[in-house]
Write a protein that binds this ligand. Structure first.
Ligand code: SAH
Ligand code: SF4
Ligand code: F3S
Length: 474
């Protein structure tokens, strides 16, 4: 780290610059968002300053590969970056994240995107300082060669690890919000849903030790964080591989004890591992938010089996009913995939049926995307595009209609809002979220950001509420 800072200083002088800047663009899920905060922490410690645009000296894309269009976006953006770089040759371009764990992707970039300076993967983000150092050295050689009027082109630095059992603790972190934070409780995934690439790019499931998690949460609380989101691909299987196994429900109870933390969220819950014990803990808790993201994927038992999800339509319906009975005010959201290989019209109708029966407050709907190396990619009966598109449109409409019917059910009540930011459109309006994740706008000022404020929900306007601070409303 020290050597890195010195080298950066040297380059600043060589380029005649006051500061060297970085910009990180994050694609994909909460895991990547949290990784980016760690990458940011490391770059800040090295002496780089953040810059909001791609005009920076060091541009890093933290990529996602869960669906093919995620990859296509990155290639498109890389083309643009190449043009920037031709204007500013000292610029450095780096790629990391899930897409880089795929060998074919790295080969393609090496061949066709020579503007890239650095590639690393999901398992070695803690090595960022060292990797940037190597790149900067290449730059130094380049600068020297240029001064001596010799041609020299720095090498592309590539360091991608296949998998790791290593968990590196205590990395520096630069949080996006001062008052809320994600906390990784586990990494990787062992579920191998047949359509999903995540287990291949994020490696095997490994849980952090509870004492490390609790230490981090205590530190965050001392730092002013009031809301945390516990992160894992399947939080319900937390702790199974620890030396002293521990359940997710127990971990939640421990986190609940920490003073200063007012709200606890978590993501994602696999239906197959959601225990009654966990439901009871949520029901009893004062801090666990009234929102559960419970990915259904498909409503057809036959398709669920082919997806390797390990639950049936009936089991999902029964689980959703049990959750709603124990926590009636809970908001349930989900993920749905349309057009999985072999999905018939009847299978699709089963999905529509579950959507109608459960009543999700919102749902992410995805068109099935073939991911190389996953079992589903090799399945026969891939569904024609037009059929999938028509099903997707029908599902989206159903999901939106139901969400619209369910929205606004808290209008006329007083609820606690965690104030997140000044509203984009009006400086006198603040925007925050209810425990169930619904958005609320109300008149206030920026001193309220990061605080929990009681708000009277005057009116529902589709997907958000307009409110008033409760004292004023009374
Ligand atoms: N671990 C989480 C989700 C990770 S990926 C879970 O199990 O729910 C987020 C979502 O992307 C998934 O829930 C799924 O709906 C969707 N997804 C994953 N792979 C996909 C693929 N090949 N095609 C379309 N959608 C996919
Ligand atoms: Fe993918 Fe399934 Fe793991 Fe989620 S649980 S990350 S969908 S393999
Ligand atoms: Fe994408 Fe990787 Fe997350 S593939 S969805 S960023 S785990």
């Amino acid at each position: 780290m020290e050597r890195c800072r010195e080298l950066l200083e040297e380059l600043k002088k060589a380029y005649g610059r006051e500061v060297m800047t970085f910009h990180i663009e994050t694609f994909g899920c909460q895991m990547n968002a949290r990784d980016s905060e760690k990458l940011m922490g490391i770059l800040e410690q090295m002496g780089y300053r953040e810059e909001s645009s791609e005009d920076a000296d060091f541009v890093l894309y933290n990529t996602c590969t869960v669906r093919e269009n995620a990859n296509l976006r990155v290639y498109g953006r890389l083309g643009q970056l190449g043009a920037y770089k031709r204007k500013r040759p000292e610029m450095m371009i780096a790629l990391c994240g899930c897409m880089m764990q795929e060998k074919e992707v790295v080969e393609k970039i090496k061949k066709s995107y020579r503007q890239v300076d650095l590639i690393f993967g999901t398992h070695n983000i803690f090595k960022l300082a060292e990797l940037v150092y190597t790149c900067l050295e290449e730059r130094r050689k380049e600068a020297k060669a240029r001064a001596a009027q010799k041609g020299f082109k720095g090498h592309m630095v590539v360091d991608v690890w296949e998998d790791t059992s290593q968990i590196v603790e205590d990395l520096p972190v630069e949080r996006k919000y001062p008052f809320k934070s994600g906390v990784n409780i586990m990494f990787g995934c062992n579920n191998f849903c047949s359509y999903c690439i995540v287990p291949y790019v994020r490696g095997r499931e490994r849980s952090r030790k509870p004492e490390e998690i609790l230490k981090e949460v205590r530190k965050l609380a001392a730092d002013g964080v009031v809301e945390i989101m516990l992160l894992g691909q399947n939080v319900n299987s937390y702790g199974k591989n620890l030396d002293t196994p521990m359940t997710f429900a127990r971990l939640l109870e421990e986190v609940e004890q920490i003073d200063g933390i007012e709200r606890i969220r978590f993501m994602t819950s696999h239906p197959k591992d959601l225990s009654q014990d966990l439901i009871n803990v949520i029901a009893r808790s004062k801090k666990i938010c009234r929102h559960l993201h419970l990915p259904l994927q498909s409503g057809s038992t036959r398709v669920l089996k082919a997806m390797n999800r390990h639950y049936t339509k009936e089991q999902f319906l029964e689980l959703a009913a049990r959750i709603k009975e124990a926590v009636p005010e809970i908001s349930l959201t989900t993920d749905l995939i349309v057009g999985f290989p072999g999905e018939t019209e009847e299978d699709f109708e089963e999905t529509m049926d579950v959507v109608r029966k459960v009543g999700f407050d919102s749902a992410f709907t995805f068109i099935y995307s073939k991911r190389t190396g996953t079992p589903a990619a090799a399945m026969e009966n891939q569904i024609p595009e037009e059929t999938v598109k028509s099903r997707f449109d029908r599902l989206l409409k159903e999901v939106q209609d139901i969400a619209a019917q369910l929205s606004g059910r808290d209008a006329g009540t007083i609820q606690e809002v965690l104030v997140e930011e000044v509203n984009g459109h009006s400086q006198t309006l603040m925007t925050g979220r209810l425990s169930n994740n619904a958005i609320v706008h109300f008149p206030g000022d920026s001193s309220m950001i990061g605080k929990l404020i009681k708000v009277y929900l005057e009116e529902s306007r589709g997907f958000y509420y307009m409110g008033k601070i409760a004292e004023q409303a009374e």
